[in-house]
Ligand binder design. Structure first.
Ligand code: HEM
Length: 405
């Protein structure tokens, strides 16, 4: 990484406590007070990219790696474990040509046109759930609406019955605990992976005898062409669940909670549905689900003028970058008229950039469209409760009082 940045030794970087109450409450306020010549700071977990520029540059660099090995090791899995092997050989973690083949393969399925066909699917999933609510009664939409949609959409993507969605939702929740890098979650992850792998193998058996237009049948076709293996099919279908459900539910919950507190924006989404994509993306910037994105520095390297030894963890602090005035002028104003705003970092950056971002956008947009069509407004009946993790903050409950139109 050649940069115009002056040399700053690691030990001379400013420090930040990303686990402090103050940081959890308003990370951008903490980072805005830190003077760092290259936008980096040291924390107890590694190095933090505080600005859009520093986070974007390092996340987009091919040399630091994704670090699933580290996450799974921290959760107590070693190389002999099938859970570990599945994680490190999935699209998320692989590099080079093998990664490229998987990415191209999935990319050919998740085309722009295909993603648009998901709009009515998401809408009908959300409608069915909404029809079950008692009009006007407060309802915890974090658990009863938002948490249900991505797992149902996943069921539909893999050609499974919608009745499997509950199992998929619970499995995904369990698998995602690996991001907390805590050995206490070992058994939960192990059990969830074993259940999911068996489930995917069953799905494969069914799809072999009766192929459809689902992603599993498609991957089996690609397997027959010799471009990918059976292992790739199993591991990447499980990876798709891990990648697509909890992440989307978390961000969708935050978007709705934000719009709930902005009745004017809510009303505009109803009267001018054309602004929904902008409203969703501004809410994503404003309330970022994935607070930070991890990279592991795998060789001694110079990062923005700072020599960093191999083995150091780097965290691109999306949550702070999204309020960086250099990237988003007037960052503390919620604006629907941002012109070609820089891409937010919750979907990562570089060769591993989220393949499902357009799908997540469609999910969020369709749910906002439906809610603003049906309800005149919503309010948080209780303050929003999130897990407040600096890794990935998501609503645990959002009790919403709503008024039908
Ligand atoms: C709001 C929802 C979502 C968020 C916040 C999210 C976030 C991410 C992030 C941070 C990465 C890693 C990027 C990096 O490290 O640079 C990623 C990768 C990925 N995501 Fe998503 N994601 C979401 C939804 C989805 C959905 C709906 C799908 C698929 C249906 C999906 C599929 C993937 C895949 C396959 C990868 C791996 C790409 C690669 O390594 O080449 N994601 N996502």
């Amino acid at each position: 990484m050649t940069t115009p940045y002056p040399r700053v030794e690691l030990g001379d970087l400013p420090e930040i406590d990303v686990f402090s109450e103050e940081f959890r409450a308003a990370p951008w306020e903490v980072t805005s007070r830190i003077h760092s010549p290259n936008g980096l700071a040291r924390s107890s977990r590694g190095i933090e990219g505080l600005t859009y520029q520093s986070a974007h540059t390092v996340l987009g660099d091919r040399r630091p790696r994704i670090g699933f090995d580290e996450m799974y090791q921290a959760t107590g899995f070693d190389e002999s474990s099938p859970v570990y092997q599945a994680a490190v050989t999935s699209i998320n973690n692989l590099e080079g040509d093998v990664h490229k083949v998987l990415r191209e393969t999935l990319g050919r399925y998740f085309t722009r046109d295909f993603v648009q066909t998901l709009r009515p699917v998401v809408r009908s999933i959300a409608e069915e759930i909404l029809d079950g609510f008692v009009p006007g009664e407060p309802v915890d939409i974090a658990t009863r609406l938002v948490g249900k949609i991505p797992s149902r959409l996943f069921a539909s993507l893999v050609g499974a019955p919608l009745g499997d969605a509950e199992f998929l939702e619970k499995t995904s929740d369990a698998l995602l605990t690996v991001f907390y890098m805590d050995n206490a979650n070992h058994e939960v992850v192990e059990k969830a992976y074993a259940g999911l792998a068996a489930y995917v193998e069953d799905l494969i058996r069914v799809r072999q005898s009766s192929p459809g237009d689902d992603v599993v049948s498609y991957l089996l076709d690609v397997e027959r062409s010799g471009r990918i293996t059976r292992h790739d099919v199993i591991v990447n279908v499980t990876a798709l669940l891990r990648a697509s459900t909890d992440t989307t539910a978390g961000q969708m919950g935050l978007v709705i909670a934000e719009l709930a507190e902005r009745p004017d924006v809510w009303e505009r989404c109803h009267s001018e549905p054309g602004i929904i994509p902008a409203a969703v993306m501004e809410a994503v910037r404003w309330r970022t689900g994935a607070w930070s994105i991890l990279r592991v520095v795998r060789e001694d390297m110079n990062i923005l003028g700072t020599p960093v030894p191999a083995g150091t963890d780097f965290f691109g602090l999306a949550v702070a970058a999204h309020r960086d005035p250099e990237a988003y002028p007037d960052p503390h104003t919620f604006r629907l008229d941002r012109r070609r705003p820089k891409p937010t970092l919750n979907w990562g950056m570089g060769v591993h950039y989220c393949l499902g971002k357009p799908i997540a956008q469609v999910e969020m947009e369709e749910v906002v469209r439906l809610l603003t069509e049906r309800w005149t407004g919503v309010h948080l009946a209780k303050p929003l409760v999130t897990d407040g993790e600096p890794v990935n903050s998501r609503p645990l409950t959002a009790l919403i009082g709503h008024t039908p139109r």
